[in-house]
Each structure stands twice: as C-alpha cells, then as structure tokens.
Design a binder for this molecule. Structure first.
Ligand code: SAH
Ligand code: SF4
Ligand code: F3S
Length: 439
C-alpha cells in the first residue's frame, strides 16, 4: 500500500466556516499522508464538506455525491466521505440515499477525521457518527492547509444559540463554543508570519464570542495589534449583539476594515418577530445610524430572505422601503427554504413558489440599483486595494479588494500578489469597480 503518497479531493459547499474547516481537515489528513489534488481521477479520498442551509444547497450536493459513483467504479479502493452540516442533518439517511458513501461524520466529530479515515482504510466498514453535535473541536490547533496566500479565515467560535425560526444552523452546528484567545492569537501570528496580509475572524455570531471572559471587541483589539497584519475583518454580526464597544474599537482600529456584514433578513417588524430576530426595524436603523456616525466610510452588507411564511404584499413593500432607507452596499438575497425541524416549516401561510420568485426579482433589482449607485459614487476616487490575484479571464488584469470589501479589477504593472496598491476608480458596475494603478 502507498503510505505517503495518497491524494485528497475536497469539495466544499456553504459558508466561509466550511472553507475554513476544509482547510483544517486537509491539515489533519496531511498527517496521514494525504496531499490535495484538484483531480477526481487521481483521488484516493473524496471528501464532501457540506451545507444544508437551503434545499437548493442540499440538492446540488446530493447530485454531486451521485456523480462520484463512477470514480468508485473505476477505482474500487477510492474512499468517499461526507462531513459537515448536511452529514450532521441526514446521517444514516445519507448512506441509504447514497450507498457508495463510505463514512458520514457530523460537525462535532470533525476532530476524529484522522481516526475515521485510518479505520476505514483497514476495515473498509461503512461508518456513521453524528453524535456530540456541540462537541469540542479537537483539531482547531492543527495547522490548516490554506487555499489562498494573501487572505486567511480564522474561526473564533463554533455553533449558534439564536434559533431564528427559519434556520437549520443551530440544529446542525450545536451550541456556541468559543476558542481560547491565546490560541487564536497564536494562529494569527503564525499565519501572518507565513506571509498572509488579511485575516477574517469567523463565527456564526462573532459578537457573542466569549473567550474565558474576553469579549469580541477585546479580542478584535488584541488581534489588531499583531505586527505584520494589514487588514482585519470579521463575520457574521447579529444586529442584536453589535455593541457600542465594538463600534468604538472599529473606529479607533489600525487595520480593522471599514465593512460590517449585518444580516437584517427582513424589513418588517411582524416578520422579524416571527423570525425570532429580536430587533425591530427602528432598532436596526438606529444601529446603522450609530455605526455610520462613528465610521463614516463604513460599507454595510446584509442578507435578506423573501417568501418567509406570512409575508404579504405589505410586508414586502415595507422591506423595499427599508432597503431604500438603509442603502446597503450589497445584499445577499435568498428565497425562504423550508427546513424540516425548524419552527417556520410548520408556520401557516407559506408563500407559493411563483410569488417568492417574483418578489426575489423585485428585491434584487432594487438592491442592484442601489449597489450600482453606491459604486458609481466612487468613480474618480483613489482606493487602497490588496492585490489578490490575476483575473480568471485575462492574465493582464489583477483583482483585489478595497478595505470596504469591494472587488476591483485593474491592469497590473510591477506589483505582486499581496501588495497594497492605490487604484483610481474609472468605472463602476453593480458588483465591481475597474481602475488604474496610481503611484
Ligand atoms: N450566522 C449567520 C449566517 C447564517 S446562514 C447569520 O446569522 O447571519 C446565512 C444566511 O442564509 C442567513 O443570513 C439567512 O439569510 C440565510 N438563510 C438561513 N436559513 C435560511 C432558509 N431556511 N431559507 C433561506 N435562507 C436562509
Ligand atoms: Fe441561523 Fe440565526 Fe444563527 Fe444566523 S443567527 S446561524 S440565521 S439561527
Ligand atoms: Fe451551510 Fe452549515 Fe454554513 S448549513 S451556511 S455550511 S454553517
């Protein structure tokens, strides 16, 4: 048997947390001889790191799991494993639906991955474990194999206690658990030492971080002091927990970027109440005002759900008005997806598919108009861009992001990936800016 030359193909779905966790799993598996490949044919182990936040995500993943059956026919020694949120949710049922899957490992069990793979290599016995959903994650201090070279994700907490009535995440990720500040700081020092310029702290709700008494703003301030770090970001913030202290730390920060992703989900009090979001439209607007007063060049992005049960033409038009009032830089818009086991799945007055799609179109059209207007206002200005790489379609064009997290394309000269450059914005589109380097 080949010992030190095995190939791992990871397919990652879902949020940034999954991206971060795939990097950590690659780090674990490296210890038992697996190195990453992009190529299905070359793989000895195919790992699906999955998401179940919406039915569309699930369908896509099941489709892809079905597709890898053919690689198993070509190479019967191939191991197929499924981990992450969908694995946690479906467990045994996943094996029933896709019998060619060799192991299913829930979110709390991620630290056991090495043992599970080693066991399977020797016993070839199918294995499912979705117990211990709120378990401690024992691999969190394993050095991840990071995908990029400039920007790195660092999880600071796992799980969620908020139980928004539409959301499956607390069910598949368990209760909130925070990493110790010393471990986070040491990982970031190491990562910055390895040449990374930008760190994004991750958690389902970073504002309720509790690292043995250390709050999120305190942690953020400490990380901001790390030498060599050039940009510091975080996500996601729940509006109910975004404190004055955080705004203060951001306003006085050195490298903390002027961007907050602040999911509002909806713009009507009645729906927000039934979503269990625990804030009102007025409270959210007051928070936005406070943030903008303290950090005038802040960019705000959000998540929105259309078609939540009980949505009417009135609540929907309130949401449109709300969007016009806040004027987000960008919004991720989702169609409500019924998740079995969540309260909203059993709420009366579910909205029909056609209405959901129609409303989504209207919502996106309005937000796109606002996003474009906000970007057009930047034409003529010079922005600081962290160079992230060459554009996929044209090697002469580089791409990067502003501190406000806006994507910028520009013709490159002598600068390198990882450099901070100044770009004069010449053109604006809904999703990106185009410009030229200024010296
Ligand atoms: N913890 C983060 C993100 C969680 S999931 C937060 O609270 O903001 C990312 C987004 O998916 C959510 O913000 C929400 O807009 C969306 N989402 C969650 N459950 C959904 C569902 N059942 N249907 C449609 N969108 C959903
Ligand atoms: Fe889901 Fe709400 Fe938790 Fe976000 S805060 S993960 S939307 S339950
Ligand atoms: Fe999906 Fe799990 Fe993230 S359900 S959005 S991968 S926390």
């Amino acid at each position: 048997m080949r010992v030190m030359d095995k190939k791992l193909k990871i397919l990652t779905y879902g949020c940034q947390m999954n991206v971060a966790e795939s990097e950590r799993m690659a780090g674990q598996l490296q210890k038992i001889g697996y190195s990453l490949t992009e190529n299905f044919d070359a793989a000895d182990l195919i790992l699906f790191n999955t998401c179940c936040v919406r039915a569309t995500a699930e369908d896509k993943i099941y489709g892809k799991i079905g597709e890898v059956k053919k690689y198993k026919r070509q190479n019967p020694a191939l191991i197929v494993g499924v981990v992450g949120c969908l694995a946690q949710k479906d467990g045994e049922n996943l094996i029933k639906r896709a019998p060619h899957v060799d192991f299913v490992l829930g979110t709390g069990q991620r630290g056991e991955l090495i043992n599970v793979v080693k066991n399977f290599e020797s016993t070839r016995r199918q294995f499912v474990d979705t117990s211990n959903v709120s378990g401690l994650i024992s691999d969190e201090n394993i050095l991840p194999v990071r995908a990029g070279e400039v920007s790195a994700f660092v999880p600071i907490m796992y799980g969620c206690d908020n139980f928004c009535t539409y959301c499956i995440v607390p069910h598949v990720r368990g209760r909130e658990r925070s990493r110790q500040p010393a471990e986070i700081i040491s990982e970031i020092r190491e990562t910055v030492g390895a040449g990374f310029k930008e760190i994004t702290l991750l958690g389902q709700n970073v504002n309720s971080y509790d690292g043995g008494g250390k709050t999120f703003p305190e942690l953020l301030r400490d990380v901001d002091e790390i030498p060599g770090l050039e940009r510091l970001r975080f996500m996601t913030s729940h509006p109910k927990d975004l404190s004055d202290e955080l705004i203060e730390v951001m306003a006085g920060g050195k490298n903390i970027c002027e961007h907050i992703h602040l999911p509002v989900q909806y713009g009507s009090d009645e729906i927000l109440r039934r979503m269990n979001r625990v804030y009102t439209v007025e409270k959210y607007l007051a928070l936005v005002e406070k943030i903008r007063a303290a950090i005038p060049n802040i960019s705000l992005t959000t998540d929105l759900i259309v078609g939540f049960p009980g949505e009417t033409d009135e609540t929907f038009s309130e949401t449109l008005k709300f969007l016009e009032r806040v004027r987000f830089d960008m919004a991720f818009t989702f169609i409500y997806s019924k998740r079995t086991g969540t309260p909203a799945a059993d709420f009366p007055n579910q909205v029909d598919e056609e209405t959901k799609h129609r409303r989504l179109e209207i919502l996106m059209e309005l937000q796109n108009k606002i996003s474009l207007e906000k970007n057009l206002a930047l034409v003529g200005q010079t922005v600081e861009v962290l160079v992230e790489g060459a554009s996929k379609t044209d090697g002469n064009i580089f791409s990067g992001r502003t501190r406000q997290n806006k994507l910028v394309l520009f013709e490159h000269g002598a600068e390198k990936i990882g450099d901070l450059v100044r770009v004069k914005v010449e053109q604006a589109q809904t999703w990106l800016l185009k410009g030229k380097i200024v010296s």
